[in-house]
Structure formats: C-alpha cells, structure tokens
Design a protein around this ligand. Structure first.
Ligand code: SF4
Length: 290
C-alpha cells in the first residue's frame, strides 16, 4: 500500500516545492516495515541531480497510508557545494590585504619560544634556584625606579642585543622557509640552469644574518629577475655582476706638444703647388751704381 501511494507522495512534494519543479517519479525505496520513500525528479535548474524524497508510512493494522516527511535530497550526480574547509587551510600566499590580521596558533610548529623575559633557569642549567633568587634580590635592591631593566637579567641583555622576541622561528620553520625559497629561486630553476655563474660570486648578493646565510642571500640587482627576493647561493641569472663586463670605450691618445722644433707655416702657397699664378720677378737693381 505504501509503494502504491505515489499520488499521495507527489501531492506532498508539490506542496513543499515551488510550482513546476516536481518531475517524474524515479524510484521507490523500502525503509523498513510499512515505511517507503518515493523519489521524484527535481526540475529546478539550481538543484541539478537532486530529488524530492517523500516518505510515507502505514501504521500497524491501519488501512490508510500517511505522510511522514518531504525533503530535497542530493542524488548520485547532484551538484553539491564543495566540502567546507577551515579558513586557516584555505589561506594561500598573497591572500592577505592591507588591514588584514593573520593570527598564528599558540602551538604553531613554525615558531618556538624566544626570550620571554622569564629568567627561569632551564631544567639542566648549572644555575641553581637559590643563586637565581640571590641575583633577584640584589637586582631588587639596585633597581630603584620602576621599569628599569634588571641588571644582568637575560631579558635586559636580550633587549640590548635586539633579540627580545616572544617567539622565534623553530627549526621546522627555518627548513620550511628554506625549502620554499629554494623552490622559487634555487639551483633547479630554469633561470639558474642557464646562468653563467651562481649568486655566491655575484656583487649584487646581499648576505643574510643567522643560520640561513649559509645558503641564502638577497638579490639587489634592479634589472635581475630576483630583485628584492631571497635567493639561494646556488641560484644565478644572466645579470651576474661578473658574467659579462662591458668593455670600456677606447680612449683617444693625448695631444703631443713639441716645443723644440720650428714648424714652417708659409704665408703663401708654394709656387709649384698649383692654382695661384706665379708673380713676375721684380727687375734686379744695379747695385754697381751708387
Ligand atoms: S643578479 Fe642574478 S646572479 Fe646576481 S645575485 Fe641577483 S639573481 Fe643572483
């Protein structure tokens, strides 16, 4: 009786759905004793592959089939929303914009405690608890103004050295950064493979501080492909400072000044030189008559 109650199920589906979106009867499934679900095609274009599921039931010894529930359920080829992913897993490099805040987890594997200001001696420290307390009490006597760094404390020394950060990169964080940088500007990139020399010998390489300087530096070649990026020392490009040094333009020889010899500069062209006709000889004077 439940399986035959298609009209009842269709009427219930039409009542729940928008007009004209309940299609053909596509399946009937037995859910248990005297409980059956009828499936109808959903013709709403926004719910492609979904089906109206109307469950009907008949009570024991009853003669009527009654309606249980009407729902819209996805079929095998239904168009579904992608599975929800937490924002921290969805975040990609470059997603952050101005004003965004990116919180880091308290137990972020990339970080580990730095100088926190707590002068608690580590468990294996040779400084005993009593000695630490003695130093504390001496500090308290010597430090009169509030806010003055305590003499000789780890925090004050770290402050002076510019090393007082609550957390620093862990070994894992260092390795992860090194892997990432090596992937972008490392020896295996096509640019490095075709480079005439590596960054380690390039004048444009600015060294890093810390342990990463063993393998990385910052490129400062304005015209290079990695300007402002951290590059592996085994990276390289055609802009290497020594790869192709421009030849200097030829310099003309200096003027030679000879002040020892006399150069003749005739005021008139020589007679046999050509175009100017020679002047007739002047009559010779008779020097025999005075
Ligand atoms: S100019 Fe090229 S070779 Fe020189 S440091 Fe930059 S990337 Fe390396």
């Amino acid at each position: 009786m439940c399986a035959e109650a298609v009209d009842l199920a269709r009427a219930a589906a039409k009542e729940a759905a928008a007009p004209g979106v309940v299609g053909e009867h596509v399946a009937v499934v037995s859910e248990g004793d005297r409980v059956v679900t009828h499936y109808f095609e959903c013709k709403d274009p926004a719910y492609r592959g979904w089906r109206w599921a109307v469950t009907v039931a008949r009570a024991s010894r009853a003669k009527n089939v009654t309606l249980d529930e009407t729902v819209l359920l996805p079929g095998d080829d239904a168009l579904l929303a992608p599975e929800w992913v937490p924002w921290s897993e969805r975040l990609r490099p470059g997603d952050m914009g101005p004003g965004d805040l990116l919180p880091t987890e308290a137990d972020d594997l990339r970080l580990e405690p730095g100088y926190t200001g707590d002068d608690e001696p580590p468990p294996n420290s040779p400084v005993s608890g009593e000695l630490a307390e003695l130093v504390e009490s001496e500090d308290a006597e010597l430090t009169t103004r509030p806010g003055t760094p305590r003499r000789g404390s780890i925090a004050s020394v770290a402050d002076e050295l510019g090393m007082r950060r609550a957390r620093v990169l862990s070994r894992y964080g260092l390795y992860a950064a090194a892997d990432r940088w090596d992937e972008g500007f490392g020896a295996k990139t096509p640019m490095a493979q075709a480079a005439p020399a590596t960054c380690v010998s390039c004048a444009f390489l600015v060294p890093l501080a810390g342990s990463l300087k063993q393998a990385f530096g910052v490129c400062a070649n304005e015209f290079g492909p990695a300007d402002g990026h951290v590059v592996s020392l085994s990276y390289g490009c055609g802009g290497h400072s020594e790869a192709a040094v421009m030849p200097k333009p030829p310099k003309p020889a200096p003027h030679a000044l000879d002040t020892m010899q006399v150069d003749e500069y005739p005021l008139r062209p020589a007679r046999d030189s050509g175009s100017v006709p020679a002047e007739p000889d002047a009559p010779s004077e008779d020097l025999g008559h005075s």
